[in-house]
Every structure is written in structure tokens, then in C-alpha cells.
Design a protein around this ligand. Structure first.
Ligand SMILES: Cc1cc2nc3c(=O)[nH]c(=O)nc-3n(C[C@H](O)[C@H](O)[C@H](O)COP(=O)(O)OP(=O)(O)OC[C@H]3O[C@@H](n4cnc5c(N)ncnc54)[C@H](O)[C@@H]3O)c2cc1C
Length: 457
């Protein structure tokens, strides 16, 4: 098992996810946040930063997800893959346009908007598009939405690096108000670590809402998608990563991009280079060292119901894990009023909806940790122990994913600099071909299938 690391270890090992918790804790002068040339937020501490690694979700200095959740929800049952849970369900928002406007069933925006509407919080901290983003700036950023309409307008998933130090400073330095924060699991964990040492944040961030998370991506993801549809990186003005296509299953969604000249394009993800989530192009390296897929430290965690019976519906369906008693009541009241249509599902089914992500973060993570240990390199301590005990083919798949993620950042920066998309295509093609070949049945299996067919079995 690895030992806890310093901020310097986290940054040197490329484990910084760019959340900004250390920058908030240390102050922007001691630890500024930088948006780097690869399109990722990274902490950039000065020569002698204060010791703030305890708030970093990847240093391993603070308590892990199990310990945090045990302190917050001591009475709830624990599931090995989805953590503590009071209520687990699948469904969508029936009332208003939440479902149509959301990535999935619209539940995240509905919960956040209801918290504002009922006065449980004054505002929501979530991620919205940046107005007229400069070509080298982020396309999305955390914002404060103080009305249900503003919360609703911020719907949709942002598969894009963001940081929260500025919005946390706004919360801490502003008037005595209560907030709900929406974030991917490592961001919520960072908030929990901050709350343990900061009574103001503990009081003012009254609710946390996690989005299930496969991984975070750099800005290059948006740029690659749009570029293939004719909008080159400097011309990209806006992107919606989750455009629903009425004639396809919810999982077969499209992206919609807009250019500065007013042009707009819609393309199915499945027909676009980069759109295969499993390949992990532009994945942040930290994400390969995370073992929390479903936001185990959040008051409520929401994802996509990638399950038979729901995935077929293009309008989108959520899965939800509720932990905070006030949010259990909010959800139950929503269902009773007809605003929400929910079906109780058991925790195993919630885990099943994230099977691919969980396998990458359990079996895959164990192997990646083993590989780090073998090389004598520091890796964050994780709840998953290092292990090399996996089938050869799985090892090759996980190794190929690491290579794809690493190469994609450099290859895209090169292609972007040259203004030549084909340079990216050419550099990635052999890696992607090798990766996909690992999923094709081998000669022996193909012959076996043929023989069985001939024999009528
Ligand atoms: C990086 C990332 C990876 C994801 N991976 C998975 C996955 O593997 N499996 C899965 O089931 N679901 C995943 N999700 C969640 C999924 O994409 C939907 O966001 C979720 O199902 C909620 O849908 P909704 O219709 O309820 O949300 P909506 O009503 O569309 O509301 C989404 C809310 O989340 C906020 N938001 C969007 N992006 C971010 C962000 N990056 N950080 C903080 N807040 C944000 C928006 O501002 C809005 O308030 C991921 C989301 C993100 C951002």
C-alpha cells in the first residue's frame, strides 16, 4: 500500500485533478490555479507552499471515501460498490422541461432547483458555459445560480476540466448564505475534506450533489469533436455534450457545437473520433487513480440509468442514490406530487448501471497501482489494493487505455498547433486499432463459434 503524498508528489506524478481545493485552502498567491496548454486546470504551488495536502482528494493525507461517508451517514447500510445508501431508484422528472433540458432524466437540476425554491439553500454552485470563451480559456466554469430558473438554465453534463477555488472563495468571503454544490465525486470529496477544517464552508455548503463519473476530460475533447464537424478550435464558441437524438437509445446521444460565426452542428458521438468513452481520449491522469464512481461522500448522487428497460428511452433516465434524510424527504415528496416518476431499484442494480466504470476503477485500478509499485513510482493510497491478478487480455486493455489517454493530450496539442486535424488522426489510429482489436474474439474463438454453428449447437 502506498503512503500519503505531499502536494509536490501529487503534481509531479500528474495526479492533480485541478479541483482547486488546495488553492482555496492555501490562498491563490501561495497556490495559484493554472489552465495549461493541454486544456486542464492544474494547481501551480510556489516554492514553499503551506501544508495543505490534507484537502487534496488524491494525496491520501485526509480520510478516504469510506471514512468520510461513515462519519456523515453512520446509520446507513454500506454496499461495496455504491457505498452508503438510504434510497436507490431509477426515474426522471415528469414536471416542467427538466428532462428535455437535462443530460439524462433532469433529476440533478430538479433537486438543485427545488432546494432553492423551498428555501433550503440560497443558491447552487454548479458548472455552466463561459460566455464568449477565449480560444485558450476554459469553455465551462463554476457559477452561482440563485434562482430556480438560473439553476435550470445550467443543466447538462460538462465533460471538461473545471476548478472551484474561486467559487469557494465567493462562498467563504460572502454573506452568511447556504449553498448546494454539484460536483463529480473527487470534487465532492475535496469539499468534504475542506469542510473538516473550515467551519464556514461546513455550515454554508449545506448539501452536496454528486454526478456519477467515468472520468474528466481536458478542453481538447470539445475541440476534437467540433473540429471533425468543421469548427476548428479557435472558432469554437459553445458545445453541448449531451444532445438527445429522438430515434436512438439514451446512450447513443450526439454532441451539438456552435462556432463563433454562428454556424451550428450536431453529430452522433458514436460516429465521431473521441466519442467512445471507454477509449478515454483526453482523460485526466488523476481519474485513472480514483476509486469512487458514484460520489460516495455526497448527500445525493445521480447518474445515467444505463440499464435494460431504461436505456432504450431516448428521453433519458437517471439512477439516484440518496443519503441525506432531508433529500430523501424531498425526493419522496416529488414522487408523491407526480413531479418525479421513480422506480425503486436495489443497490446492485445501481452498481450494474456503472459496470464498465466500476471494472476500470476496481480491477483496472488494482493493476495500475501494481504497475506503479513495480516501477517504484509513488501513487495515491487507494481503497483498492494493488494486484497483478487479472486475465492477460484485461491487462492489455487497461495498458492500451493508459497509452491512449497519455498520447491523446500530446497528439492533440501538436495537431492544434499545426492547425491540422489529420495529424491527430494519424497519430492515434494505430493505438486505437490495437485497443479495439483486444475486444475482437481471437481466431480460436471464431473457429469454435463456426464449428458450433455448423453442428447446429
Ligand atoms: C465528467 C463527467 C463524467 C460523468 N460520467 C458518468 C458516468 O460514467 N456514468 C453515469 O451514469 N453518469 C456520468 N456522468 C453524469 C451524467 O452525465 C449526468 O450528468 C447525470 O446523469 C445527471 O443528469 P441530469 O439529467 O440529472 O442532470 P442535468 O439536469 O442535466 O443537470 C446537470 C447538473 O450538473 C452540473 N454539472 C455538469 N457538469 C458538471 C461538472 N463537470 N462539475 C460540476 N457540475 C456539473 C450542471 O451545472 C447541472 O447543474 C458524468 C458527468 C460528468 C460531468
Amino acid at each position: 500500500m502506498s503512503t500519503p503524498g505531499t502536494l509536490a508528489d501529487v503534481i509531479a506524478g500528474d495526479y492533480c485533478v485541478g479541483c482547486g481545493a488546495c488553492s482555496f485552502a492555501a490562498g491563490a498567491e501561495a497556490v495559484p490555479m493554472r489552465f495549461d496548454s493541454l486544456g486542464r486546470h492544474i494547481a501551480a504551488p510556489g516554492a514553499d507552499p503551506p501544508p495543505v495536502a490534507a484537502v487534496c482528494p488524491f494525496s491520501g493525507q485526509g480520510p478516504d471515501e469510506d471514512a468520510i461517508a461513515a462519519r456523515l451517514y453512520p446509520d446507513l447500510p454500506v454496499h461495496p460498490e455504491i457505498g452508503r445508501h438510504a434510497l436507490t431508484a431509477a426515474g426522471w422528472v415528469e414536471g416542467g422541461d427538466f428532462r428535455a433540458a437535462g443530460s439524462s432524466g433532469g433529476l440533478t437540476s430538479w433537486v438543485a432547483a427545488r432546494l432553492v425554491e423551498t428555501g433550503a439553500v440560497d443558491a447552487v454552485l454548479h458548472v455552466v458555459p463561459v460566455d464568449e470563451p477565449a480560444p485558450d480559456e476554459p469553455l465551462f466554469a463554476y457559477a452561482v445560480s440563485g434562482t430556480p430558473d438560473a439553476v435550470r438554465a445550467g443543466a447538462k453534463s460538462r465533460y471538461h476540466s473545471v476548478e472551484m477555488s474561486q467559487v469557494l472563495r465567493f462562498v467563504a468571503d460572502g454573506p452568511e448564505q447556504r449553498y448546494a454544490l454539484v460536483g463529480v465525486p473527487c470534487f465532492v470529496k475535496a469539499v468534504r475534506l475542506l469542510q473538516q477544517r473550515d467551519a464556514v464552508l461546513a455550515r454554508r455548503i449545506a448539501f452536496t450533489i454528486a454526478l456519477f463519473c467515468g472520468h474528466l476530460k481536458s478542453r481538447a475533447f470539445a475541440e476534437l469533436l467540433a473540429w471533425q464537424a468543421g469548427i476548428a478550435p479557435p472558432a469554437l464558441a459553445a458545445i453541448d455534450f449531451r444532445h438527445k437524438l429522438p430515434d436512438r437509445p439514451a446512450s447513443r446521444y450526439a454532441f451539438a457545437a456552435a462556432g463563433r460565426a454562428g454556424q451550428s452542428v450536431v453529430r452522433p458521438m458514436s460516429e465521431t473520433l473521441g466519442g467512445d468513452w471507454g477509449e478515454g481520449q483526453f482523460k485526466l491522469n488523476a481519474c485513472d487513480y480514483c476509486d469512487d464512481v458514484v460520489g460516495e461522500t455526497a448527500d445525493i448522487a445521480i447518474g445515467d440509468a444505463w440499464l435494460p428497460g431504461w436505456v432504450e428511452d431516448s428521453r433519458g433516465t437517471n439512477v439516484v442514490i440518496v443519503r441525506h434524510p432531508a433529500l430523501v424527504r424531498l425526493i419522496e415528496a416529488g414522487e408523491a406530487s407526480g413531479a418525479l416518476v421513480l422506480t425503486g431499484i436495489d443497490p446492485d442494480a445501481v452498481a450494474q448501471s456503472q459496470r464498465a466504470g466500476l471494472s476500470h476503477r476496481r480491477q483496472g485500478l488494482a493493476w495500475r497501482l501494481h504497475r506503479k509499485a513495480e516501477r517504484g513510482e509513488w501513487a495515491p493510497p487507494k481503497r483498492v489494493p494493488p494486484s497483478n491478478d487479472l486475465p492477460d487480455n484485461r491487462r492489455r486493455i487497461f495498458a492500451a487505455r493508459l497509452e491512449i489517454a497519455r498520447e491523446s493530450h500530446a497528439a492533440f496539442a501538436d495537431a492544434r498547433g499545426a492547425g491540422d486535424l489529420d495529424r491527430y488522426r494519424r497519430r492515434m489510429a494505430p493505438l486505437l486499432a490495437r485497443y479495439h482489436a483486444l475486444y475482437r474474439p481471437g481466431l480460436k474463438q471464431r473457429l469454435g463459434a463456426k464449428v458450433r454453428k455448423l453442428l447446429g449447437r
